[in-house]
Ligand binder design. Structure first.
Ligand code: ZN
Length: 243
């Protein structure tokens, strides 16, 4: 089947870069798809814009704030390793304060030109109302700044000419996959990869609290046409293809 008929099934190994706001975002938003791609021989890397240093909740209230950043780095390295990701990098902007301004856009264009992804993964900046309530503003800001960096800046030498002087010529990904979206045009069946996604998520110990309750909550996210006994899981994306 041609890749056009079966999105995400590229015949050749692809260089896939995930740019999102926080540690745990890649696994929550699209960990099953990423695990599938890693097992199909693609080369995956993460670049996270913050270290999640304000990811405070009832499960980690005894951990000092200044220790949370380093702890979440470690948790993400462990989770990414379960997914099959080759490298994780952090921009370490301050959690909760991401703004899709020109300064951050320049940083993201630099990352895209430096890492030269074939496939770029981010999230939907227009997703304000998530299933659990309000979507985090950093998620929306990360999605906005990444999409604004892709078009029109990353592939155009007239944007951020200072990056040319730094040694980063234009680069354009072939496809952009936007996760956590209410406007999907691709659905990926991740039922087989579900145990890997769950195992990776459980590495984010500072965020998930009681493991059994967490597993139960996650298992309820099966598709409407499946059951608790025989669950099916999916992840949805808005896929944008550049020829
Ligand atoms: Zn997040």
């Amino acid at each position: 089947m041609a890749p056009e008929e079966n999105p995400g099934s590229w015949p050749e190994p692809q260089n896939i870069l995930v740019i999102l706001a926080h540690p745990d975002d890649p696994e929550f938003f699209c960990g099953g798809t990423l695990a599938r791609w890693a097992r199909n021989g693609h080369h995956l890397q993460y670049y996270l814009l913050t270290c999640g240093d304000k990811g405070r909740n009832d499960h980690n209230k005894d951990i000092p704030g200044d220790e949370l950043c380093d702890l979440r780095h470690q948790e993400e390295y462990a989770a990414a390793s379960v997914i099959g990701v080759k490298a994780v990098r952090f921009l370490d902007r301050e959690d909760g304060t991401l703004v899709p301004d020109l300064d951050l856009r320049r940083d993201v264009v630099r990352i895209i030109r430096q890492m030269k992804p074939d496939i770029l993964v981010t999230c939907d900046p227009q997703n304000l109302f998530a299933s659990y309530g309000l979507n985090h503003p950093d998620h929306r800001a990360a999605g906005q700044v990444v999409l604004d960096a892709v078009f029109p800046a990353a592939g155009n030498d007239l944007f951020f000419p200072e990056l040319l002087k730094e040694g980063y010529p234009p680069h354009m990904p072939k496809e952009v996959w936007v996760s956590l979206t209410n406007q999907p045009n691709v659905t990926i069946d991740i039922t087989e990869a579900w145990p890997i996604k769950l195992k990776a998520l459980k590495e984010h110990k500072s965020q998930i609290g009681d493991i059994l309750k967490f597993e139960e909550r996650m298992r309820k996210r099966h598709t409407e046409d499946s059951t608790d006994e025989n669950p099916k899981f999916e992840e949805k994306f808005r896929r944008i293809v550049y020829k």
